[in-house]
Design a protein around this ligand. Structure first.
Ligand SMILES: *Cc1c(COP(=O)(O)O)cnc(C)c1O
Length: 407
């Protein structure tokens, strides 16, 4: 499998380089040059198999031939062995036909663990083969830093530096990061906001001499291995809900559009997904884009679901590329214009293509609070504000057909 840039001006590269390099040199994002897919029988054959085995099946379609299958199987095994539930990402039915996909059984309780645990295995493995070390720097508003430090601490070929805004992350998140004893971990408390942390990070990548000297790498949500790792639980959840014999739908709390795009990937690989509800908080750029075709940046609002307080959804460029029939020229033009003007008009045909799978929904702070309260009163389940955004959107919009289960 080769990887090409959404903007069409970068050389095609292999899986390992795509994972280690982050953004393509032309400013685009890497995508597979063709979508791998499973037959209905192959998908049906995943039913009842352990999570790590399904992960090996799904991810090997992206990682072959760069990563040997046995090596990948061992990495998936190791990555998910530390999860505290035997299903890794179990489903719980909260309302008739409406399920909660529990992505919090990893070591830092953040959904980011699901991808980050595997990413750390991959980095250590490929850097070991290349006899190379790298420095990963991550800016975090809380969850990503903890998950990254936990996954990468003690790894031989990687140094990890986490930048966090002092006083603006929870105490638990701070401790996940700053109590790691291993030599390869450094945490920096920045006097400022998450955006300030990101600005520092960008500056490091732009300083090419420095970046080369420390062999800088990033693990943010545009990293292809994270997307591939997240496609796995769409399969396991889909199977548990009756796929491939019936379609399934999902409602996804969305910020950078990595998780929701992983659903698109699963769908392209053959999983029958009827609908994905893209649930945003008041930072509703994606909801507006999918409703009216206007992808336009607003001011970032602070909400009770801070992991989604984002006004640039980086992975959306990948969907735009697909929705324009892999049009690298229109994609490059659109996202250069977006960088300059903060707004892009999605062409009608591309919007129609997006809307075949995705529906956008923005959820207010009040609705989020009400979803937490009503879900607790009605089911006994105490959901966090990010889940509550998806819950409110799921109950407002629902699947396309009432009989389709939704997670
Ligand atoms: C990161 C995160 C999200 C957003 O996921 P994206 O892939 O950026 O859309 C939502 N909820 C929680 C709890 C997160 O940590």
């Amino acid at each position: 499998m080769k990887y090409i840039s959404t903007r069409g001006e970068a050389q095609a590269i292999g899986f390992v380089d795509a994972v280690l390099s982050g953004l393509a040199p032309d400013g685009g994002l890497y995508v597979p040059d063709a979508w791998p897919s499973f037959s209905r029988e192959e998908i049906a054959g995943f039913a009842g198999r352990p999570y790590a085995e399904v992960a090996t099946e799904v991810i090997s379609r992206f990682a072959a031939p760069a990563i040997a299958r046995d090596d990948l199987a061992a990495m998936c095994q190791a990555a998910y062995a530390g999860f505290t539930h035997p299903c890794v990402t179990p489903l719980k039915e909260l309302y008739p036909g409406l399920f909660l996909l529990e992505l919090f059984h990893g070591p830092t309780l953040a959904f980011k663990d699901v991808a980050m645990q595997l990413l750390a295995q991959l980095y250590d493995h490929v850097l070991g083969l290349q006899k190379r070390t790298m420095t990963i720097v991550c800016a975090t508003s809380g969850d990503t830093g903890g998950a990254a430090v936990e996954a990468f601490r003690g790894r031989h070929n990687v140094r990890i530096v986490a930048l966090f805004p002092e006083g603006r992350i929870s105490e638990v998140q701070r401790r996940f990061m700053t109590t790691a004893q291993e030599d390869n971990v450094r945490c920096v408390a920045v006097e400022g906001t998450f955006d300030d942390c990101q600005t520092i990070l960008k500056g490091m990548f732009q300083d090419e001499v420095f970046a080369r000297e420390v062999d800088l790498s990033g693990v943010n949500s545009i990293n292809w291995a994270r997307i591939a790792a997240q496609a796995v639980y769409y399969f396991t959840a889909g199977l548990a809900l009756g796929a491939p014999h019936r379609p399934v739908s999902f409602a996804v709390p969305t910020g950078n559009f990595g998780d929701a795009f992983a659903g698109y990937v699963a769908s392209r690989m053959g999983l029958p997904i009827e609908r994905i509800v893209v649930a945003t908080n008041g930072n509703d750029i994606l909801a507006r884009a999918l409703q009216g075709g206007d992808y336009a940046k607003g001011a970032v609002l602070a909400t009770q679901s801070p992991a989604m307080d984002i006004q640039i959804s980086s992975n959306f460029e990948r969907l735009y590329f697909e929705a324009t029939q892999r049009g690298s020229d229109p994609t490059a033009a659109a996202f250069q214009a977006f960088a300059a003007e903060g707004r892009v008009r999605i062409p009608d045909e591309a919007l129609a293509a997006m809307r075949q799978l995705f529906v956008g929904a923005s959820v207010s702070e009040d609705e989020t609070t009400r979803a937490i309260i009503s879900t607790f009163n009605e089911t006994g389940e105490l959901i966090d504000p990010h889940t509550a955004v998806a819950m409110a959107a799921a109950r407002r919009i629902g699947p396309a057909r009432a009989t389709t289960p939704m997670a």
